[in-house]
Ligand binder design. Structure first.
Ligand SMILES: Cc1ncc(COP(=O)(O)O)c(C=O)c1O
Length: 381
Protein backbone atom coordinates (compact mmCIF):
# COMPACT_ATOMS: atom_id res chain seq x y z
CA UNK A 1 0.00 0.00 0.00
CA UNK A 2 1.28 3.46 -0.90
CA UNK A 3 -0.46 6.26 0.96
CA UNK A 4 -0.14 9.59 -0.87
CA UNK A 5 -3.09 11.36 0.81
CA UNK A 6 -1.43 12.90 3.85
CA UNK A 7 -3.08 16.29 3.44
CA UNK A 8 -6.43 14.59 4.05
CA UNK A 9 -5.13 12.85 7.16
CA UNK A 10 -1.97 11.13 8.35
CA UNK A 11 -1.40 7.77 10.00
CA UNK A 12 -1.05 8.11 13.77
CA UNK A 13 2.58 7.59 14.79
CA UNK A 14 2.93 4.39 16.92
CA UNK A 15 4.74 6.29 19.70
CA UNK A 16 1.96 8.92 19.69
CA UNK A 17 -0.69 6.20 19.86
CA UNK A 18 1.13 4.69 22.83
CA UNK A 19 0.95 8.03 24.66
CA UNK A 20 -2.76 8.20 23.86
CA UNK A 21 -3.33 4.73 25.31
CA UNK A 22 -1.21 5.31 28.41
CA UNK A 23 -2.93 8.59 29.22
CA UNK A 24 -6.37 7.06 28.68
CA UNK A 25 -5.45 4.26 31.06
CA UNK A 26 -3.59 6.18 33.76
CA UNK A 27 -4.81 9.79 33.66
CA UNK A 28 -8.54 9.39 33.28
CA UNK A 29 -9.36 11.96 35.97
CA UNK A 30 -10.97 15.25 35.00
CA UNK A 31 -8.37 18.06 35.15
CA UNK A 32 -11.00 20.23 36.89
CA UNK A 33 -11.52 17.77 39.78
CA UNK A 34 -10.02 18.71 43.13
CA UNK A 35 -8.81 15.24 44.13
CA UNK A 36 -5.55 13.53 43.31
CA UNK A 37 -6.73 12.04 39.96
CA UNK A 38 -7.87 15.47 38.86
CA UNK A 39 -4.63 17.09 39.98
CA UNK A 40 -2.53 14.52 38.11
CA UNK A 41 -4.56 15.05 34.95
CA UNK A 42 -4.24 18.82 35.34
CA UNK A 43 -0.47 18.55 35.70
CA UNK A 44 -0.30 16.55 32.47
CA UNK A 45 -2.45 19.15 30.73
CA UNK A 46 -0.11 21.93 31.89
CA UNK A 47 2.92 19.92 30.80
CA UNK A 48 1.43 19.21 27.34
CA UNK A 49 0.63 22.87 26.77
CA UNK A 50 4.14 23.85 27.87
CA UNK A 51 5.70 21.29 25.58
CA UNK A 52 3.81 22.51 22.50
CA UNK A 53 4.54 26.16 23.34
CA UNK A 54 8.25 25.51 23.80
CA UNK A 55 8.48 23.59 20.52
CA UNK A 56 6.88 26.54 18.74
CA UNK A 57 8.74 29.27 20.65
CA UNK A 58 5.60 30.88 22.15
CA UNK A 59 4.10 31.24 25.64
CA UNK A 60 2.04 28.35 27.11
CA UNK A 61 -0.87 30.75 27.72
CA UNK A 62 -0.93 31.43 23.96
CA UNK A 63 -1.89 27.81 23.17
CA UNK A 64 -5.62 26.99 23.31
CA UNK A 65 -6.83 23.46 22.58
CA UNK A 66 -9.63 22.81 20.07
CA UNK A 67 -11.14 19.82 18.30
CA UNK A 68 -9.15 20.50 15.11
CA UNK A 69 -8.68 22.84 12.18
CA UNK A 70 -12.34 23.45 11.45
CA UNK A 71 -13.05 24.57 15.00
CA UNK A 72 -9.93 26.73 15.11
CA UNK A 73 -10.85 28.56 11.90
CA UNK A 74 -14.48 29.01 12.97
CA UNK A 75 -13.42 30.28 16.37
CA UNK A 76 -10.93 32.88 15.15
CA UNK A 77 -13.26 34.21 12.44
CA UNK A 78 -16.57 34.21 14.31
CA UNK A 79 -14.89 35.00 17.63
CA UNK A 80 -13.23 38.07 16.07
CA UNK A 81 -16.51 39.17 14.49
CA UNK A 82 -18.24 38.98 17.87
CA UNK A 83 -15.40 40.58 19.81
CA UNK A 84 -14.81 43.47 17.40
CA UNK A 85 -18.21 44.12 15.83
CA UNK A 86 -18.51 47.52 17.47
CA UNK A 87 -15.29 48.60 15.66
CA UNK A 88 -16.18 47.36 12.19
CA UNK A 89 -17.90 44.75 10.07
CA UNK A 90 -15.42 44.16 7.25
CA UNK A 91 -13.24 41.06 6.92
CA UNK A 92 -10.66 40.10 4.29
CA UNK A 93 -9.70 36.61 3.15
CA UNK A 94 -8.71 34.90 -0.10
CA UNK A 95 -10.52 32.95 -2.81
CA UNK A 96 -8.44 29.85 -2.07
CA UNK A 97 -9.10 29.18 1.62
CA UNK A 98 -10.34 25.90 3.04
CA UNK A 99 -14.13 25.70 3.48
CA UNK A 100 -13.68 26.05 7.26
CA UNK A 101 -12.62 29.64 6.56
CA UNK A 102 -14.76 30.28 3.49
CA UNK A 103 -18.01 29.01 5.00
CA UNK A 104 -17.37 30.82 8.30
CA UNK A 105 -17.04 34.01 6.30
CA UNK A 106 -20.22 33.26 4.37
CA UNK A 107 -22.07 32.72 7.65
CA UNK A 108 -20.96 36.16 8.79
CA UNK A 109 -22.13 37.68 5.50
CA UNK A 110 -25.59 36.31 6.28
CA UNK A 111 -25.40 38.26 9.54
CA UNK A 112 -24.56 41.54 7.81
CA UNK A 113 -20.75 41.47 7.80
CA UNK A 114 -18.93 42.32 4.55
CA UNK A 115 -16.17 40.08 3.24
CA UNK A 116 -13.55 40.76 0.55
CA UNK A 117 -12.22 37.60 -1.12
CA UNK A 118 -8.79 38.41 -2.57
CA UNK A 119 -7.97 36.90 -5.98
CA UNK A 120 -4.80 34.89 -6.62
CA UNK A 121 -2.36 34.66 -9.52
CA UNK A 122 -1.87 31.62 -11.77
CA UNK A 123 0.24 29.95 -9.06
CA UNK A 124 -2.41 30.48 -6.37
CA UNK A 125 -0.68 33.39 -4.65
CA UNK A 126 -2.39 36.45 -3.28
CA UNK A 127 -0.89 39.78 -4.32
CA UNK A 128 0.04 41.86 -1.24
CA UNK A 129 -0.92 45.03 -3.18
CA UNK A 130 -4.48 43.68 -3.45
CA UNK A 131 -4.61 43.26 0.31
CA UNK A 132 -3.32 46.78 0.83
CA UNK A 133 -6.03 48.15 -1.46
CA UNK A 134 -8.77 46.12 0.26
CA UNK A 135 -8.01 47.36 3.81
CA UNK A 136 -10.59 49.82 5.16
CA UNK A 137 -11.02 51.73 8.41
CA UNK A 138 -13.72 49.22 9.42
CA UNK A 139 -11.64 46.08 8.63
CA UNK A 140 -11.41 43.84 11.72
CA UNK A 141 -9.79 40.65 10.39
CA UNK A 142 -7.40 39.45 7.68
CA UNK A 143 -7.33 35.66 7.28
CA UNK A 144 -4.81 34.13 4.85
CA UNK A 145 -3.71 30.50 4.83
CA UNK A 146 -0.03 29.49 5.11
CA UNK A 147 -0.12 26.61 2.62
CA UNK A 148 -2.96 25.94 0.21
CA UNK A 149 -4.31 22.44 0.80
CA UNK A 150 -5.07 21.75 -2.88
CA UNK A 151 -1.95 22.87 -4.77
CA UNK A 152 0.56 23.59 -1.98
CA UNK A 153 1.14 27.29 -2.68
CA UNK A 154 2.79 29.14 0.21
CA UNK A 155 1.11 32.52 0.62
CA UNK A 156 3.25 35.69 1.01
CA UNK A 157 2.73 36.02 4.77
CA UNK A 158 5.86 38.12 5.37
CA UNK A 159 4.69 40.81 2.93
CA UNK A 160 1.17 40.69 4.38
CA UNK A 161 2.55 41.01 7.92
CA UNK A 162 4.54 44.06 6.80
CA UNK A 163 1.43 45.76 5.41
CA UNK A 164 -0.52 44.96 8.58
CA UNK A 165 2.14 46.59 10.77
CA UNK A 166 0.36 49.85 9.88
CA UNK A 167 -2.99 48.38 10.97
CA UNK A 168 -2.27 47.12 14.50
CA UNK A 169 -5.91 46.72 15.49
CA UNK A 170 -6.81 44.37 12.63
CA UNK A 171 -6.65 40.71 13.73
CA UNK A 172 -4.28 38.73 11.48
CA UNK A 173 -5.17 35.03 11.27
CA UNK A 174 -3.18 32.31 9.51
CA UNK A 175 -4.66 28.87 8.83
CA UNK A 176 -1.47 26.80 9.14
CA UNK A 177 -3.15 23.39 9.10
CA UNK A 178 -1.04 22.40 6.06
CA UNK A 179 1.99 24.46 7.09
CA UNK A 180 3.23 23.00 10.37
CA UNK A 181 6.42 20.95 10.06
CA UNK A 182 6.99 22.10 6.47
CA UNK A 183 10.03 24.32 7.03
CA UNK A 184 8.17 27.65 7.19
CA UNK A 185 7.99 28.25 10.96
CA UNK A 186 9.27 31.85 10.79
CA UNK A 187 6.86 32.72 8.02
CA UNK A 188 3.89 31.51 10.11
CA UNK A 189 5.07 32.95 13.43
CA UNK A 190 5.90 36.34 11.91
CA UNK A 191 6.05 39.49 14.07
CA UNK A 192 2.52 40.51 13.20
CA UNK A 193 0.46 37.31 13.34
CA UNK A 194 -2.24 37.23 16.06
CA UNK A 195 -3.93 33.84 15.60
CA UNK A 196 -2.83 30.58 13.96
CA UNK A 197 -4.89 27.41 13.44
CA UNK A 198 -3.39 23.90 13.70
CA UNK A 199 -4.88 20.40 13.45
CA UNK A 200 -3.33 17.29 15.04
CA UNK A 201 -4.39 14.68 12.50
CA UNK A 202 -2.32 16.38 9.78
CA UNK A 203 0.90 15.56 11.63
CA UNK A 204 0.48 11.99 12.93
CA UNK A 205 -1.59 12.85 16.03
CA UNK A 206 -5.12 11.48 16.46
CA UNK A 207 -8.04 13.23 14.79
CA UNK A 208 -10.45 15.38 16.77
CA UNK A 209 -7.72 17.44 18.41
CA UNK A 210 -5.99 20.68 17.46
CA UNK A 211 -5.02 24.02 18.88
CA UNK A 212 -4.85 27.68 18.08
CA UNK A 213 -2.05 30.08 18.86
CA UNK A 214 -3.56 33.32 20.22
CA UNK A 215 -1.12 36.17 20.81
CA UNK A 216 -1.12 37.53 24.37
CA UNK A 217 -3.54 40.44 24.66
CA UNK A 218 -5.58 39.56 21.54
CA UNK A 219 -9.16 38.67 22.37
CA UNK A 220 -11.72 36.37 20.76
CA UNK A 221 -15.25 35.82 22.00
CA UNK A 222 -15.57 32.15 22.99
CA UNK A 223 -17.82 29.97 20.81
CA UNK A 224 -18.19 27.22 23.41
CA UNK A 225 -19.56 28.41 26.73
CA UNK A 226 -19.88 26.17 29.74
CA UNK A 227 -17.58 25.07 32.54
CA UNK A 228 -14.87 27.62 31.77
CA UNK A 229 -12.01 25.34 30.67
CA UNK A 230 -9.09 26.85 28.73
CA UNK A 231 -9.25 29.89 31.05
CA UNK A 232 -12.86 30.50 30.10
CA UNK A 233 -12.01 30.65 26.39
CA UNK A 234 -13.21 27.23 25.30
CA UNK A 235 -15.41 25.21 27.59
CA UNK A 236 -15.70 21.43 27.58
CA UNK A 237 -13.82 18.72 29.49
CA UNK A 238 -10.38 18.54 27.93
CA UNK A 239 -9.54 15.61 25.64
CA UNK A 240 -6.41 14.87 27.63
CA UNK A 241 -5.27 11.64 25.92
CA UNK A 242 -5.43 13.38 22.54
CA UNK A 243 -3.79 16.55 23.89
CA UNK A 244 -0.86 14.64 25.41
CA UNK A 245 -0.55 12.57 22.22
CA UNK A 246 -0.56 15.74 20.10
CA UNK A 247 2.16 17.27 22.31
CA UNK A 248 4.28 14.20 21.57
CA UNK A 249 3.49 14.46 17.84
CA UNK A 250 4.57 18.13 17.81
CA UNK A 251 7.86 17.18 19.47
CA UNK A 252 8.53 14.39 16.96
CA UNK A 253 7.52 16.64 14.06
CA UNK A 254 9.88 19.40 15.13
CA UNK A 255 12.76 17.00 15.83
CA UNK A 256 12.41 15.50 12.39
CA UNK A 257 11.39 18.61 10.44
CA UNK A 258 14.49 19.28 8.34
CA UNK A 259 14.84 15.63 7.39
CA UNK A 260 11.13 15.35 6.53
CA UNK A 261 11.12 18.53 4.43
CA UNK A 262 14.18 17.38 2.46
CA UNK A 263 12.68 13.94 1.81
CA UNK A 264 9.24 15.24 0.82
CA UNK A 265 10.74 17.89 -1.45
CA UNK A 266 13.04 15.39 -3.17
CA UNK A 267 10.18 12.94 -3.72
CA UNK A 268 7.77 15.65 -4.90
CA UNK A 269 10.27 17.07 -7.40
CA UNK A 270 11.14 13.63 -8.69
CA UNK A 271 7.45 12.81 -9.29
CA UNK A 272 6.88 16.24 -10.82
CA UNK A 273 9.79 15.86 -13.23
CA UNK A 274 8.51 12.45 -14.26
CA UNK A 275 4.93 13.62 -14.86
CA UNK A 276 6.11 16.57 -16.93
CA UNK A 277 7.07 14.36 -19.86
CA UNK A 278 3.45 13.29 -20.55
CA UNK A 279 1.61 15.44 -23.13
CA UNK A 280 -1.78 15.28 -21.48
CA UNK A 281 -0.57 16.00 -17.95
CA UNK A 282 -1.07 19.50 -16.54
CA UNK A 283 0.87 20.28 -13.35
CA UNK A 284 -0.43 23.00 -11.04
CA UNK A 285 2.13 22.87 -8.22
CA UNK A 286 5.33 24.76 -9.02
CA UNK A 287 8.94 24.21 -8.04
CA UNK A 288 10.03 27.43 -6.35
CA UNK A 289 10.36 28.03 -2.62
CA UNK A 290 6.82 29.35 -2.50
CA UNK A 291 5.50 25.81 -2.86
CA UNK A 292 5.26 23.46 0.12
CA UNK A 293 7.36 20.29 -0.04
CA UNK A 294 4.50 17.82 0.33
CA UNK A 295 1.76 18.68 -2.21
CA UNK A 296 1.71 17.93 -5.94
CA UNK A 297 -1.48 18.66 -7.85
CA UNK A 298 -1.90 17.66 -11.49
CA UNK A 299 -4.56 16.70 -14.02
CA UNK A 300 -4.72 14.36 -16.98
CA UNK A 301 -6.63 16.06 -19.77
CA UNK A 302 -9.91 14.36 -20.61
CA UNK A 303 -9.90 12.04 -17.56
CA UNK A 304 -11.94 12.74 -14.44
CA UNK A 305 -10.07 13.04 -11.16
CA UNK A 306 -12.17 10.33 -9.56
CA UNK A 307 -11.36 7.92 -12.42
CA UNK A 308 -7.65 8.48 -11.76
CA UNK A 309 -8.06 8.02 -7.98
CA UNK A 310 -9.94 4.73 -8.38
CA UNK A 311 -7.55 3.40 -11.04
CA UNK A 312 -4.56 3.96 -8.76
CA UNK A 313 -6.44 2.47 -5.84
CA UNK A 314 -6.65 -0.81 -7.80
CA UNK A 315 -2.86 -0.75 -7.78
CA UNK A 316 -2.71 -0.03 -4.04
CA UNK A 317 -1.84 3.67 -4.40
CA UNK A 318 -4.00 6.17 -2.53
CA UNK A 319 -4.38 9.68 -3.97
CA UNK A 320 -7.15 12.24 -3.70
CA UNK A 321 -9.11 14.58 -5.92
CA UNK A 322 -7.80 17.91 -4.61
CA UNK A 323 -9.34 18.43 -1.15
CA UNK A 324 -10.81 15.48 0.74
CA UNK A 325 -13.87 17.53 1.76
CA UNK A 326 -14.93 18.46 -1.76
CA UNK A 327 -14.05 15.13 -3.38
CA UNK A 328 -17.20 13.26 -2.38
CA UNK A 329 -19.38 16.21 -3.31
CA UNK A 330 -17.98 16.08 -6.86
CA UNK A 331 -17.12 19.78 -6.78
CA UNK A 332 -14.33 21.15 -8.93
CA UNK A 333 -11.53 22.78 -6.99
CA UNK A 334 -12.17 26.39 -6.06
CA UNK A 335 -8.43 26.96 -5.83
CA UNK A 336 -7.88 25.83 -9.42
CA UNK A 337 -10.74 27.97 -10.70
CA UNK A 338 -9.34 31.00 -8.80
CA UNK A 339 -5.99 30.26 -10.51
CA UNK A 340 -7.77 30.54 -13.87
CA UNK A 341 -7.61 26.84 -14.77
CA UNK A 342 -10.35 25.90 -17.25
CA UNK A 343 -13.10 23.73 -15.67
CA UNK A 344 -12.61 20.89 -18.18
CA UNK A 345 -8.95 20.61 -17.07
CA UNK A 346 -9.70 21.19 -13.36
CA UNK A 347 -12.15 18.27 -13.44
CA UNK A 348 -9.19 15.94 -13.99
CA UNK A 349 -7.22 17.23 -11.02
CA UNK A 350 -5.73 14.91 -8.44
CA UNK A 351 -3.49 15.57 -5.46
CA UNK A 352 -0.50 13.63 -4.22
CA UNK A 353 0.27 14.65 -0.64
CA UNK A 354 3.33 13.29 1.12
CA UNK A 355 4.60 12.81 4.65
CA UNK A 356 7.90 11.76 6.18
CA UNK A 357 6.60 8.19 6.16
CA UNK A 358 6.79 7.99 2.34
CA UNK A 359 9.89 6.75 0.55
CA UNK A 360 11.67 7.31 -2.76
CA UNK A 361 10.98 3.64 -3.55
CA UNK A 362 7.26 4.38 -3.34
CA UNK A 363 7.83 7.19 -5.83
CA UNK A 364 9.46 4.73 -8.25
CA UNK A 365 6.53 2.33 -7.89
CA UNK A 366 4.10 5.20 -8.59
CA UNK A 367 5.99 6.05 -11.78
CA UNK A 368 5.79 2.44 -13.03
CA UNK A 369 2.06 2.31 -12.39
CA UNK A 370 1.54 5.74 -13.93
CA UNK A 371 3.23 4.73 -17.19
CA UNK A 372 0.84 1.81 -17.63
CA UNK A 373 -2.25 3.68 -16.51
CA UNK A 374 -1.47 6.65 -18.75
CA UNK A 375 -1.70 4.47 -21.85
CA UNK A 376 -5.19 3.36 -20.72
CA UNK A 377 -6.25 6.91 -19.83
CA UNK A 378 -5.16 8.13 -23.28
CA UNK A 379 -7.73 5.84 -24.88
CA UNK A 380 -10.40 7.33 -22.57
CA UNK A 381 -9.57 10.93 -23.39
C1 LIG B 1 -6.01 24.32 5.16
C2 LIG B 1 -6.97 23.55 6.01
N1 LIG B 1 -7.69 24.21 6.94
C3 LIG B 1 -8.56 23.58 7.74
C4 LIG B 1 -8.78 22.22 7.63
C5 LIG B 1 -9.76 21.53 8.54
O1 LIG B 1 -9.08 20.79 9.52
P1 LIG B 1 -9.79 19.59 10.31
O2 LIG B 1 -9.90 18.45 9.37
O3 LIG B 1 -8.85 19.32 11.46
O4 LIG B 1 -11.09 20.10 10.80
C6 LIG B 1 -8.06 21.49 6.66
C7 LIG B 1 -8.30 20.05 6.47
O5 LIG B 1 -8.02 19.49 5.44
C8 LIG B 1 -7.13 22.18 5.84
O6 LIG B 1 -6.42 21.54 4.91
Amino acid sequence: MIYFDNSATTKVDPAVLKTYEQVSENYWGNPSSLHRFGEEADQLLIQSRRQIASQLGVQPAEILFTSGGTEGDNWVIKGTAMAKRQFGRHLITTQVEHDAVKHSMQRLEELGFEVTYLPVDEEGRVQPADLKAALRPDTILVSVMAVNNEVGTIEPLAEIAKILQDHPKVHFHVDAVQGIGKGIHDLIFNDRVDFVTFSGHKFHAPRGIGFIYARTGKKLTPLLDGGGQERGQRSGTENLPAIAAMAKAVRLLKQNESHAVALEQQLRLSLREYLQQFDKVHIFSGTGDHFAPHILCFAIEGVKGETIVHAFEEDGIYLSTTSACSSKKGLTSSTLSAMGIAPEIARGAVRISLSDQNTMAEGERFKQVFATRYEQFKTLS
